[in-house]
Design a protein around this ligand. Structure first.
Ligand SMILES: [Fe+2]
Ligand SMILES: [Fe+2]
Length: 198
């Protein structure tokens, strides 16, 4: 069953009115990528579409607005998020999605929450959004094509590549690595090797 067209139109017009054209194009491209990968891998396309369309809906709030939103909903903010408040955009977006669009799907919300850092527990929709966000065709970096190619075959290998790219980028810029990314990486490697040491 497809998502109600009225809901999709409402979300799309919100995106057009509240995000810069650049970000809006990114989100629509993540949607296309996510839905196409969902179809290929037998994952729920409706959840993929909603998670993709909503994942960055609060990405352009100011730090103060994000903080205010998080406080208002009693969201716990860790020390990394406190230093880099934009990390909160995925965690606060589900509250907005529920109240503004009446979305009530925890699978969609989890994917939105985890899309920036990854997490130890990643279900199919979480993995799908994590990968699609990184590799949609408008992404300007070379790794996007590598990940897109991997994702055609195996979403979990693609997700491991994404988390590695994110960690490498943080290392090269002397930035802290969010513990969720670090633990996500370890969990993915553990899953692939079954705990064998290389
Ligand atoms: Fe994001
Ligand atoms: Fe994004």
């Amino acid at each position: 069953m497809a998502n109600p067209p009225v809901l999709i139109e409402k979300i799309e017009s919100h995106l057009r009115e509240n995000l810069t054209p650049y970000r809006c194009e990114h989100v629509l491209s993540v949607r296309d990528q996510a839905v196409s990968l969902a179809r290929q891998h037998g994952i729920n396309e409706d959840q993929a579409e909603l998670a993709a369309l909503l994942h960055d809906c609060l990405k352009e709030l100011s730090n103060n607005e994000l903080l205010h939103y998080a406080d208002e909903h009693g969201l716990e903010i860790d020390e990394h998020e406190r230093k880099n408040l934009s990390l909160l955009h995925g965690k606060v977006a589900p509250y907005f999605a529920r109240c503004e669009f009446g979305v009530e799907d925890e699978v969609v919300f989890d994917a939105m929450r985890k899309h920036t850092t990854g997490a130890v527990e990643m279900g199919p929709v979480d993995t799908l959004l994590f990968v699609a966000d990184f590799c949609e065709p408008l992404r300007p970096y070379a790794e996007a094509l590598t990940v897109r190619t991997l994702a055609e075959r195996d979403l979990e290998i693609a997700a491991l590549e994404v988390v590695q790219c994110k960690i490498r980028k943080s290392l090269s810029k002397h930035r802290a690595i969010h513990p969720d990314s670090f633990h996500a990486y370890n969990a993915m490697v553990e899953k692939r090797t079954g705990g064998r040491r290389g």
